[in-house]
Ligand binder design. Structure first.
Ligand code: NAD
Length: 542
């Protein structure tokens, strides 16, 4: 038990390294990349203190060179999932009662391990098997993950500090207990930081976890596991299982001690999970917490007063970095007729200048999309746009999967504001633009708000304060992260808490105190110092 009101180190955001030519960080990450590229690793399931290899394996490969295998991982069976749950429940006995400063120390140590000795490896792993450029890997796998770990510790202490009023003879206290049971973390392929944060945030608050990473992120998940082990996360606190997501999920959601799910991924899958939890509700000992951050159809809206270069950069960076595979990536744009000729010219010039290829070549701005399923879906949407009379591809539109899953950054212009790619999340480097009549600004605001089921991120560009004010109000429910004169991507932990509503999620804001509150169940303790000894109140004296 703590014997002091300990202060944690003030959380600071990890500075983004430049990876400029001849920098030591560039040499270090390329050396790690080469080494990891030429090795093959074998990743078991991690359950309690055991590493479980089932022999039923899948290969891990590089999306930009899909025949190149960098390792294998083992698929768990139902009995292993049951074992992982049992292991989490067993570990909970000690972990839930451990003093908070011990938990804080573990995750603060994990942050510093990534900032230092693991930085090159976790970035290289993210470059190799998720095909991120070095800059995208650095802001995700290193900086965002470090920030999550540091800030969550600070947020935890802020939560613990939030205490009710007391009076002289009554002392009121609130204790932030971990949930009773275990937490299930299901993570997506696209952010190494999210993969680590979903299990770690629940564990930091005293919960034990079964974590199922995405099949397309196992390579960097292995580095996360190594970091957690070295930082001192005890066996059984975060159990890691790979394999059939439906079997794993069904097994977990059928367990009476299931206490919450921390999910990030596509909307349909989340809704299915929610439905299953509803169907099983009579099974559970406690109402499970359901936290999910899901899809997006994020917009860039330019007002006639906008600066053309800023709008174009908002689109090129917002839509095409990491091949548009960010939940926050811009994928629908609204440009006024008066600006369109200039925006179009600059956009075509900029997109044509983007180099595409392996992330090992630092000159490439675009690399491959994550897997064949994603490639085929994107190629089909591009072919459809080529065939449709209400759509025109003004730049890009080619694709090639012979070596890697390469899709050119593509801009579609449509005359139909409800065209399929204005509404459907494609999760790739495809941006669709609708050119609107300058006189129809108010109607366009309604259009932006009413198009697509999502409400994750959105950006408006304007030099006119009245227009900014009008858009901020009209679009108040259209995005959980709203940007003024900036691209809609790149939220920073501690600065822009992240999440959206409508079909984009439960909006519990990753990287904020609100998220951590979902992983505790407060207990109020009232202690009376002079306890009454007679039921008769004075008024009864009459
Ligand atoms: P995905 O839905 O394919 O997979 C997400 C996770 O769910 C993976 O671990 C996967 O194995 C698992 N899964 C798949 N089918 C399942 C099922 N039937 N039951 C249980 N689990 C299942 O998503 P993805 O391709 O990895 O990631 C991209 C999606 O994630 C996009 O829709 C993107 O918008 C979203 N995303 C949202 C945010 C956010 O903060 N809102 C952040 C990142 C990604």
């Amino acid at each position: 038990m703590p014997k002091g009101f300990f202060h944690v180190p003030k959380a600071v955001n990890e500075p983004v390294k430049s990876y400029a030519p001849n920098s030591p960080e560039k040499a270090a990450v390329l050396a790690a990349y080469k080494k990891m590229w030429n090795e093959t690793i074998d990743v078991p399931n991690y359950i309690g203190n055991e590493e479980i290899r089932t022999g039923n394996t899948r290969n891990m490969s590089a999306p930009h060179d899909h025949q190149h295998i960098v390792g294998t991982y083992h698929l768990a069976e139902k009995k292993h999932i049951e074992k992982a749950i049992a292991s989490a429940l067993e570990a909970r006995k000690n972990w839930a009662n451990m003093a908070w400063e011990q938990r804080a120390a573990i995750f603060l140590k994990a942050a510093e391990l990534i900032a230092g000795p693991y930085r090159a490896r976790i970035n290289a792993a993210t470059m190799i098997a998720q095909s991120k450029t070095i800059y995208q890997a650095e802001i995700d796998a290193s900086c965002e993950l470090i920030d999550f770990l540091r800030y969550n510790v600070e947020f935890m202490t802020q939560i613990y500090n939030d205490q009710p009023k007391s009076i002289s003879d009554v002392w009121n206290r609130v204790e932030y207990r971990p949930l009773e049971g275990f937490v299930y973390a299901i993570t997506p392929f696209n952010f190494t930081a999210i993969a680590a944060n979903l299990p770690a945030s629940a564990a930091l608050m005293g919960n034990t976890v079964v974590w199922k990473p995405s099949d397309s992120q196992v390579f960097s998940a292995k580095i996360i596991i190594d970091v957690f082990k070295e930082a001192g996360v005890p066996d059984g606190v975060i159990n890691v299982v790979f394999g059939d997501p439906v079997m794993i999920t069904d097994t977990i959601l059928a367990h009476p001690d299931f206490a919450g799910v921390h999910y990030t991924g596509s909307t349909f899958v989340f809704k299915e999970i929610w439905k299953k939890i509803g169907n099983n509700i009579h099974t559970y000992k406690t109402y499970p917490r359901i936290v999910g951050e899901t899809g997006g159809k994020d917009f860039v809206l330019a007002h006639p007063s906008a600066n053309v270069k800023q709008v174009v950069t908002g689109i090129t960076r917002g839509a095409f970095e990491f091949q548009g595979q960010k939940c926050s990536a811009a994928s629908r744009g609204y440009i006024p007729q008066s600006l369109w000729p200039a925006v179009k010219e600059q956009l075509i010039t900029d997109v044509k200048s983007m180099k595409m290829g392996s992330p090992e070549d630092f000159g490439n701005f675009i690399t491959a999309v994550i897997h064949e399923g994603s490639f085929d879906k994107l190629a089909k949407a591009i072919d459809q746009a080529k065939a449709d009379s209400d759509a025109e591809i003004i730049v890009g539109g080619n694709y090639d999967k012979s070596k890697g899953y390469f899709i050119e950054p593509t801009v579609i212009v449509t005359t139909n504001p409800k065209y399929a790619t204005m509404e459907t999340e494609l999760f790739g480097p495809v941006m669709t633009i609708y050119v609107y009549d300058d006189k129809k600004w108010a109607e366009t605001l309604a259009l932006v708000d009413g198009t697509s089921e999502y409400a994750l991120t959105g950006a408006i560009f304007s030099q006119d304060r009245y227009a900014i004010e009008e858009a901020t109000l009209a679009l108040q429910n259209s995005a959980g992260n709203f940007y003024i004169n900036d691209k809609p991507t790149g939220a920073v932990v501690g600065m822009q808490p992240f999440g959206g509503a409508r079909a984009s999620g439960t909006n519990d804001k990753a990287g904020s105190m609100q998220n951590l509150l979902r992983w505790v169940s407060p207990r109020t303790i009232k202690e009376t110092f002079v306890t009454p000894e007679d039921y008769r109140y004075p008024f009864l004296g009459e």
